[in-house]
Design a protein around this ligand. Sequence first.
Ligand SMILES: *[C@@H]1O[C@H](CO)[C@@H](O)[C@H](O)[C@H]1NC(C)=O
Ligand SMILES: *[C@@H]1O[C@H](CO)[C@@H](O)[C@H](O)[C@H]1NC(C)=O
Length: 192
Amino acid sequence: MENSMTTAMALLVVLLAAGVGLSEGAVYKVGDSIGWTIMGSPNYTAWTVSKNFQVGDTIVFEYNKNFHNVLEVSKADYSACNAASPIATYTSGNDSITLKSKGHRFFICGFTGHCSGGQKVDVRLAKSSSSAASSPSPAPSPSTSGASGSNPSPAASPPAANSGTSALPSGVALLLVMLSFTAISAGLVRLY
Ligand SMILES: *[C@@H]1O[C@H](CO)[C@@H](O)[C@H](O)[C@H]1NC(C)=O
Ligand SMILES: *[C@@H]1O[C@H](CO)[C@@H](O)[C@H](O)[C@H]1NC(C)=O
């Protein structure tokens, strides 16, 4: 009985470790040491070409929130530098955005003239990405005040397990409950 219990516990530990492994991703600071700015006419296209973004990676925008913000926009709005209809708005000055799906993600600064001056980035995720299941990314609520330093997109949210593995943890839990019950029963039998 104890051996079965130990085996079940070991299996659970392995599954938990695998889950932790799934949630790990690279973290890229946009612009590297320059950050998210208009100073010095940074070329964010040049920044992206050296990266190999994958689903599960996180990009971090660091900037002075008095002078900049981050708007996720459509491709058309990226090209036109249109800040009027963002998909999501970030204003904390230290915004982590987890990349949850393949394809392009377009970000611009919403301050007048900044996007056209080069403060825009097209983050492209490789098509040959891993099998991580994509979950719908929650749209952060737009904040116009910028007063809160809160992070609208928690970087630590683990990717959704795919359907093949999602049944396993509950199965193991059930197994553990059954084993515990059996152990208790055995103890009771020994008691009387
Ligand atoms: C920015 O960098 C990209 C890639 O290196 C290059 O193709 C492009 O011409 C650059 N743009 C400017 C304005 O220098
Ligand atoms: C941004 O947040 C990260 C952790 O979330 C922290 O390590 C980093 O120091 C912060 N940067 C600034 C400029 O506050």
